[in-house]
Design a protein around this ligand. Sequence first.
Ligand SMILES: NC(=O)c1ccc[n+]([C@@H]2O[C@H](COP(=O)([O-])OP(=O)(O)OC[C@H]3O[C@@H](n4cnc5c(N)ncnc54)[C@H](OP(=O)(O)O)[C@@H]3O)[C@@H](O)[C@H]2O)c1
Length: 288
Amino acid sequence: MTKVALLGTGTMGAAMARRMRAHGLAVRAWNRSRAKAEPLAADGIEVVETPRVAAEGADVLITMLTDGTAVEAAMLGPEGGLAGATPGCTWLQTSTVGVAACRRLAELAPGSHLGFVDAPVSGSKEQAERGELMVLAAGAPELEARVKPVLEAIARRTVWLGEVGAGTRAKLAMNAWVTGLVAVLAETITLSEGLDLDPRLFLDLLRGGPSDSPYAQLKGKVMIEGQAAPSFALRLAHKDLRLILEAGREAGASLPVLAAIEEKFDRAERQGRGDEDLASVIAADRGR
Ligand SMILES: NC(=O)c1ccc[n+]([C@@H]2O[C@H](COP(=O)([O-])OP(=O)(O)OC[C@H]3O[C@@H](n4cnc5c(N)ncnc54)[C@H](OP(=O)(O)O)[C@@H]3O)[C@@H](O)[C@H]2O)c1
């Protein structure tokens, strides 16, 4: 039975843990705030005190944490994941950390004799719960077979993209698209309201046409009706926009629209909406 250590049981990590357990994998989970991980015990997941204990004896160690700083906090130090991991274990790094942090994290792995797979995921809470994520994987080809049981549990599709770093770059491109779509959708709804049009009419006119998308319908509905639990927190989308702009600067890519969108997310976060779904970016327009 494949033994998995999972560091981070937030929105995505908790859903992935349940999928892996349902697929028969042995899962040990750690979360900084232990109380958030406790409910997983009812699903047969072992909740442990430290990343080190989670990592001991694991075939695959997964990090699913906020950003590069959080991953370093969980992996380094005497109680960190690297201290517990057995040589030969494969580190599947699924958090969205950006280009610079991905490079830093990949450099940590060889010192502990771990294989490193750069494996950010596309898809949100709902896809994670159904085991239908898309994994943008990059790493040494011999690691593919080792992480296969995990990928079969969490993903509908895994794309192997080459050397470490390629997964992270693809993820940033995907999230440039997603955050751009959400920002323009928010302004279209704000415009509709300003023009005394029912924003539902706009979504209806869009439906089924060549420029429609399931995501626009989903998030448009949330913008109009609100949503209790966030699928993708606004603060995380804002973090990704900062990582996108940083990567763009490094690559010499001109991104003025994404820079303006980052400011919009920044305004919404400063309005106290960071923990809400990214659809709440519409508040940055409405609140003006
Ligand atoms: N949600 C989505 O739709 C989605 C989709 C694709 C990719 N992602 C990416 O996946 C990652 C996780 O997203 P999520 O939605 O699951 O986020 P989340 O619900 O906010 O969970 C974040 C996790 O990181 C932990 N954490 C934060 N700072 C830490 C630190 N300094 N040390 C140790 N642990 C720390 C949190 O622990 P506590 O519980 O103690 O705070 C929690 O376990 C992010 O990189 C995100 O961008 C998210």
